[in-house]
Design a protein around this ligand. Structure first.
Ligand code: CA
Length: 501
């Protein structure tokens, strides 16, 4: 027993010696960190327990907050899928990178941060949801969903063509990411991995392991589920994104997905048939029907989040197991937030809080203080400059964001921005949300619906749910005037001329 312990300790010290020698060799070669960017689609902070969610349990994502930093006030510049992705890649607002709505094709010949990382020797990969229509550029390896991609059995596109993989997409994107990282480990070069999920995007199809999660639970309703839209500009009442009136049967799983294998379909039907039969028997109407739809929607959304969280756990476990964790920055975010029943809605698009706010967690062992929380106003615009600075690359002057590194390093940040600019363009369009731009400070939000010639102004301290615009309240006239000037200043700074209509 004693002898084997001694032998064991000799072995451990010789292993330690080897790994130290190896580490110092690598340090001479390269001290730059790996970057893993895990990007969800439509994952609202209301469904991340690290953000205080009362309805979600996300232990693996929370681990990033415990071991790293959490940004409470990270906002999209334009809260919709493709535009947010283009902002992340370029560090520029939508009107500068050319993707203002989900309709435009991303011009892949333009400057992006992955290309700049490639130039300084990073290995780069894009795996999962791309959603920018043109082929990815700036990546040594890419394997992406076609368009939105399905939850099950996705067709994946690569530079060699298209192939189909059987299984659950959230698991598959992680499998492919782990395989790619495994291939990279030998090279000793730092890498950038963009692991981009479809989940928890509409229409919220749970994975096989989570189909019966929450079956016995009642999900808490938000206080604004039955919002009457009084006190807001006309767009709030005229949108088409209510739980009450704008769901398809497939959204609430009264029909199964059309692309399942026989085994997947059998498992699906086992989970949903009895629930759906109970619903048909109940013959619900009016608010009761809305309540049922809310429960079905939220449970399915949270089930897809559960798979997402499992798969974040798989990445973190791999980093621990391989010793990569120490020299790898892990970022978790989502392209925007989402309404989880607030104002009676699903979807996003608005400059309102639930839609524009993004989760942002950053773990960088021994560099970022564990458990740190930031209230600074930051945006997806800041991601590209941050990733470049992490890699020691100077930030091009035409990028419009700011590196978050000084914040993460705990430096004095008194000069940090005190307002952010927002501009949403997709109207006419699905969900009928009018075009708007606006400015948000730590306390106030001013929104201009320029096609409608309407304004909204919210005091977020007194009205965090944004239920009553106080644009016409004379008490606020001076601060509204100030914010109008700030809006013009930001439009000048970002070179976004005020549209006429
Ligand atoms: Ca999205």
């Amino acid at each position: 027993m004693k002898r084997s312990l001694i032998a064991c300790s000799v072995l451990v010290s010789s292993l330690q010696f080897e790994s130290t020698a190896l580490a110092s060799n690598q340090q001479v070669k390269d001290e730059r960190p790996n970057i893993i960017f895990i990007f969800a689609d439509d994952h609202a902070t209301q469904a991340v327990s690290a953000y205080g969610s009362e309805i979600a349990n996300t232990p693996n994502i929370d681990r990033l907050a415990q071991e790293g930093a959490l940004f409470r006030n990270c906002f999209a510049t334009n809260a919709i899928c493709a535009p947010s992705r283009a902002v992340v890649l370029t560090g520029k607002h939508s009107h500068m990178n050319g993707v203002m709505t989900n309709a435009e094709v991303f011009d892949g010949s333009q400057q992006t941060f992955p290309k700049l990382l490639q130039q300084v020797g990073y290995q780069t990969a894009m795996i999962g949801k791309w959603h920018l229509k043109s082929d990815p550029t700036g990546f040594h390896h890419w394997e992406v969903l076609r368009g939105q991609g399905p939850y099950y059995n996705p067709q994946m596109m690569t530079s060699d063509g298209v192939h189909k993989i059987t299984g659950y997409t959230t698991d598959i994107i992680t499998d492919l990411s782990l395989d790619w990282m495994e291939d990279q480990r030998e090279s000793g070069q730092p890498f950038l991995l963009m692991c981009q999920h479809k989940a928890p995007h509409r229409n919220w199809q749970p994975g096989p392991e989570h189909l019966n999660d929450l079956d016995e639970m009642e999900i808490q309703e938000p206080p604004t589920l039955f919002d009457d839209y009084a006190g807001r500009a006309s767009g709030a009442a005229n949108q088409e994104m209510t739980i009450a009136r704008h769901f398809f049967p497939s959204d609430v799983k009264l029909e199964p997905p059309g692309n399942l294998t026989p085994e997947q379909l059998a498992r699906w039907n086992e989970a949903y048939e009895s629930k759906n039969e109970a619903f048909r028997q109940a013959d619900l109407q009016g608010d009761d029907l809305t309540r049922w739809r809310y429960q079905r929607y939220l449970k399915d959304y949270l089930r897809t989040v559960a798979s997402l969280d499992d798969n974040v756990g798989r990445i973190l476990e791999y980093l621990d197991k391989t010793g990569l964790a120490e020299k790898t920055v892990v970022i978790y975010s989502s392209d925007q937030g989402f309404f989880l029943g607030e104002h009676g809605w699903y979807d996003k698009r608005w400059m309102y809080e639930e839609s524009a706010r993004m989760p942002l967690l950053v773990r960088w062992p021994s560099k970022v203080q564990p458990g740190k929380k930031f209230d600074h106003l930051v945006q997806n615009l800041d991601f590209a400059p941050t990733f470049l600075e992490l890699a020691g690359v100077s930030i091009p002057a035409d990028m419009q964001g700011e590196s978050l590194l000084p914040l993460l390093a705990g430096e004095q940040t008194e000069s940090w921005r005190n307002s952010i600019y927002y501009h949403y363009y997709e109207f006419p369009g699905v969900h009928a949300v009018p075009r708007h731009f606006g400015v948000r400070t730590d306390r106030y939000k001013l929104i201009r619906y320029y096609q409608l010639d309407e304004w909204e102004f919210f005091d977020l301290k007194n009205d965090p749910d944004e239920l009553k615009s106080v644009y016409d309240d004379s008490e606020y006239a001076p601060v509204i005037e100030e914010l109008k000037h700030e809006l013009i200043r930001l439009q000048g700074l970002y070179v976004d001329p005020q549209p006429k209509e």
